[in-house]
Write a protein that binds this ligand. Structure first.
Ligand SMILES: [Zn+2]
Length: 172
């Protein structure tokens, strides 16, 4: 990728095969662009300090990112929901209150904690599985080396993966 960061703020890759597939012989077709922002701290902040990059991405890599982002949250939120429902049913919360008054609240708090723990471990498991096929940390691919050397970091990511947006690619 040729990056001219001083004159343009959006750089789009012009290749036909996925940049994010790890195994060269299995690289998918260009179906999407994964869009990420990279930025750096600078004393004289200017627009040049944030660059938007559109990286060629196949269907499978996109679905890896989406699964990784959505599944842990969707599953994790079920636990507090069940906690709310359970502790608001009279035949459940009254016996609990008979044990001690704050027990329904304690049960709810525990359901939130379980939800967070489950979401975290799902995030970890799904990321590491997806990472066997897809570069889940997009800025770790070779074409970003130059930017990283200049002090640019990906702006939206967590411990396990980048959090890109996606654009449909035009077919040639
Ligand atoms: Zn791919």
């Amino acid at each position: 990728m040729e990056l001219n960061i001083n004159s343009v703020q959006t750089e789009r890759e012009e290749i036909e095969k996925c940049s994010l597939c790890k195994i060269d012989s299995e690289r998918g077709d260009k179906d999407y662009y994964a869009v990420i922002d990279m930025g750096r701290d600078s004393e004289n902040a200017s627009a040049d300090d944030v660059v938007t990059l559109e990286v060629v991405c196949c269907k499978k890599c996109r679905s890896n990112f989406i699964k990784r982002y959505i599944v842990p949250k969707a599953v994790g939120v079920m636990f507090p929901l069940v906690g709310v429902v359970l502790t608001s049913i009279r035949s459940v919360y009254e016996p609990m209150k008979a044990v001690f008054t704050a027990l329904p609240l304690v049960v709810f708090i525990i359901s939130v904690i379980i939800g967070v723990v489950v979401a975290y471990s799902l995030n970890k498991t799904i990321s590491s599985k997806a990472n066997m096929h897809t570069h889940m940390k997009i800025s770790e691919i070779d074409s970003f080396k130059e930017l990283k050397d200049k002090g640019y970091e990906e702006l939206k990511m967590d411990k396990f993966s980048s959090i890109p947006a996606f654009k449909k690619a035009d077919k040639n």
